[in-house]
Design a protein around this ligand. Structure first.
Ligand SMILES: [Zn+2]
Length: 383
């Protein structure tokens, strides 16, 4: 390692430490990294010039001497994520920690035409203006459109769920006055990535998005398992009921047709919130449907668990309505199917609608990567 590389490595380590601790003293940095105070000061100065950190008062040390506190600046860059659904557009802005600093949603019915694209672009621009930040701080806007994505991530190959075939986020991007990226990754993958970012302790799990259409992702060893042909986690199209109901994928009896929000609401013609309101109020028809639904969901989870035996993380639109009792019942029903097995890994709720944050995260991680490459050498997802 030559001198320049050494300096860069030191700087990267210092930034990583400040970032992880949010606020830390110069003395502690020197101690943890085992480098001299002058070296720390030099790194700190460089990072200050890049606006990545700032001095923030003092820490009292035990010997009575004060040590300069260094704080990570989380507000120097932000990223916007856009999640385009059939009837709704979700927007979020993330800071450098990937925390949501602002979010909003609006009902806009998806259409594959110019006026739709211009309308969504206006909505994004208005959102950005309300953040009151200067344009240079915006790392970019990422847009995700529901549907399966081509392997190069450039366009939608199957948007059957909302007739988005051939639609490109670029159609919206061209109306935006700031950097934009058509992050056309699978929506579940994006939400699962955000869940991983927020919960780095997750090791192995099934990430299940209970949305109008079901989504699944497999997490193995803290990483998204994408599969050899990029199609792992398609639990939605596992066969749950042979010769059962028809699915939009063309097959019969898919998990999708029994465990998605659309399946739950079939015949009720009401919003999910209303369904749960009536269910909790004790309505008999709703109670029966819910029990039936839980039966199907437990069957899907059982099929997964006999093979994988991992945690099950529930997310998506339904997640916020689920109670501890629901989760217990689901576990009970799943266990009933397990026969001789008496224990299963937990089923729990994690996040809600984290597709838009997952899109924005792409920019945050790419920015951070430049200043602390060692931290992000593994998650290939962000490449
Ligand atoms: Zn299917």
């Amino acid at each position: 390692m030559n001198l320049i590389e050494m300096k860069k490595a030191n700087r990267s380590q210092v930034y990583q430490l400040v970032y992880q601790n949010r606020r830390i003293s110069k003395t502690d940095i020197a101690e943890v990294l085992n480098i001299s105070i002058p070296t720390v000061s030099q790194c700190v100065n460089e990072l200050k010039q890049l606006d990545l950190i700032m001095e923030d008062g003092f820490f009292e040390s035990t010997g009575g001497r004060k040590s300069v506190a260094i704080k990570c600046r989380d507000d120097i860059r932000i990223a916007i994520g856009v999640d385009i659904r059939k009837t709704v557009v979700y927007l979020v802005a993330l800071n450098l920690y990937g925390d949501i600093i602002s979010s909003r949603q609006q009902e806009i019915l998806f259409r594959k035409d110019e006026s739709y694209c211009a309308h969504v672009a206006d909505y994004i621009i208005a959102f950005f203006e309300e953040l009151h930040i200067s344009g240079e701080l915006l790392l970019g806007v990422g847009i995700c459109v529901q549907g399966l994505v081509s392997q190069d991530g450039k366009y939608i190959v199957s948007g059957r769920m909302m007739d988005a075939d051939g639609f490109s986020a670029r159609d919206i991007g061209k109306y935006l006055p700031f950097p934009f990226n058509p992050v056309l990754k699978h929506d579940t993958e994006l939400a699962a990535s955000y869940a991983l970012w927020k919960n780095p302790g997750i090791k192995d799990a099934l990430f299940l998005m209970l949305n109008p259409n079901l989504g699944g992702a497999i997490i193995l060893n803290g990483q998204l398992h994408k599969g050899k042909t990029q199609s792992s986690g398609l639990i939605a199209h596992m066969t749950l009921m042979p010769e059962g109901k028809f699915c939009y994928c063309g097959k019969q009896g898919c998990v999708e047709s029994y465990c998605s929000v659309n399946a739950l609401l079939e015949g009720f013609e009401e919003e999910l919130g209303i369904f749960f309101k009536k269910l909790r109020a004790g309505d008999e028809a709703h109670r029966r449907r819910w029990e039936e639904y839980m039966g199907y969901l437990s069957r899907a989870i059982y099929n997964y668990q006999v093979l994988m035996n991992t945690d099950v993380l529930l997310s998506g639109e339904m997640a916020k309505y689920l109670t501890e009792d629901d989760l217990e019942r689901l576990m009970e029903l799943t266990l009933e199917r397990m026969g001789i097995m008496e224990k299963l890994p937990p089923i729990r709720v994690i996040g809600e609608n984290d597709v838009a944050p997952g899109v924005a995260l792409y920019f945050i991680v790419n920015f951070l990567k430049e200043f602390m490459p060692d931290t992000f050498q593994h998650p290939e997802y962000y490449d």
